[in-house]
Write a protein that binds this ligand. Structure first.
Ligand SMILES: C[S@@+](CC[C@H](N)C(=O)[O-])C[C@H]1O[C@@H](n2cnc3c(N)ncnc32)[C@H](O)[C@@H]1O
Length: 281
């Protein structure tokens, strides 16, 4: 089914999820959303979306499985290493240079999944500010709509394979080994504040110097992306930076963000358009 066609049973199912679980999937790209929900239909052995809705009513434990299938939590430390190197060497120094020595630095990792992105930011900022400076000045807000992913993030404990992408020098400074797992430094972890936040429905976190939203916008249709990008514009300080994923561009909201590096998907909040000049005499 193409983006434009409407499947009424599917729309009913989305309405049911919104009314019963407060989760609004209507702004997600239809084709990939349908594909993912259909995987669940096959798993539980029902033939159509209407029957699946009945199945959900009778089996409330299925909601969690459905959300896990739809909300793709794939992530990694320093995911797309080159882009993070650029952020670390070209953008973080600019953000810090524009601040007074004791001024807070506010960052939001939106759609943070299981925390790897937020802890990547924490390590890169702590490297620049020093541990004391980081503790005194850095606030990293890390949010996701997925409660299970956030629970994992708060736990700050990762497998050997998850930390493989972290350069050995950073791994040695910010992780402690506990049996087969790696635990993120509890002192630095205190600068990361996790919370549940729905990009579609909740008011944004404000007064930000840097907003990192990677590999999340791409799940939404253009209209919803526009709505989220307008909120991001509001959330950022004048001249604040927006860091998107490799496959994402704020194209339809180009007037709100000026490219800093299109290759690395870093943009800067453009000033608000000046109000129209008053009519002349
Ligand atoms: C592919 S992961 C991206 C993780 C990380 N930002 C990265 O780039 O590695 C997408 C995340 O977006 C989250 N997400 C999906 N819909 C959301 C919404 N409406 N509000 C907030 N987060 C959402 C999912 O739960 C998932 O954790």
């Amino acid at each position: 089914m193409s983006e434009g066609q409407v499947d009424h049973d599917f729309e009913d199912l989305l309405g049911y999820l919104k009314r019963n679980r407060g989760f609004d999937f209507t702004g997600y790209k239809r084709s990939s959303l349908m594909r993912r929900v259909s995987q669940r239909l096959r798993m539980v052995g029902v033939a159509g979306f209407a029957q699946y809705r009945d199945y959900l009513e009778a089996h409330p434990e299925e909601f969690a499985r459905l959300f896990n299938t739809v909300l793709i939590n794939v992530t990694a430390f320093l995911r797309d290493r080159e882009a993070w190197d650029y952020l670390s060497t070209a953008i973080l120094p600019r953000i810090l240079a524009a601040k007074g020595a004791n001024e807070p630095v506010r960052v939001w990792s939106a759609g943070t999944a299981s925390g790897e992105e937020a802890y990547t930011l924490a390590m890169l900022l702590a490297e620049r500010l020093g541990r004391e400076g980081f503790a005194a000045r850095a606030r990293i807000f890390a949010t996701d709509v997925d409660g299970e992913a956030l629970a994992h993030a708060r736990h700050a404990t990762y497998s050997q394979s998850a930390v493989e992408g972290v350069p050995p020098s950073l791994r040695a400074r910010y992780f402690t080994r506990a049996n087969t797992s790696f635990v993120f430094d509890p002192e630095v972890r205190r600068g990361v504040i996790f919370g549940r936040h729905d990009l579609v429905q909740d008011a944004p976190i404000a007064h930000l110097d840097l907003l990192v939203c990677r590999n999340t916008l791409m799940y939404f249709n253009i209209e919803t992306q526009n709505h989220i990008l307008s909120r991001f514009h509001f959330a950022l300080n004048e001249g604040g930076y927006l860091f998107l994923g490799k496959a994402e561009m704020p194209l339809t909201r180009a007037s709100l963000f000026t490219p800093v590096s299109v290759k690395e998907r870093v943009f800067r909040r453009a000033p608000r358009a000046a109000p129209p000049a008053p009519p002349g005499p």
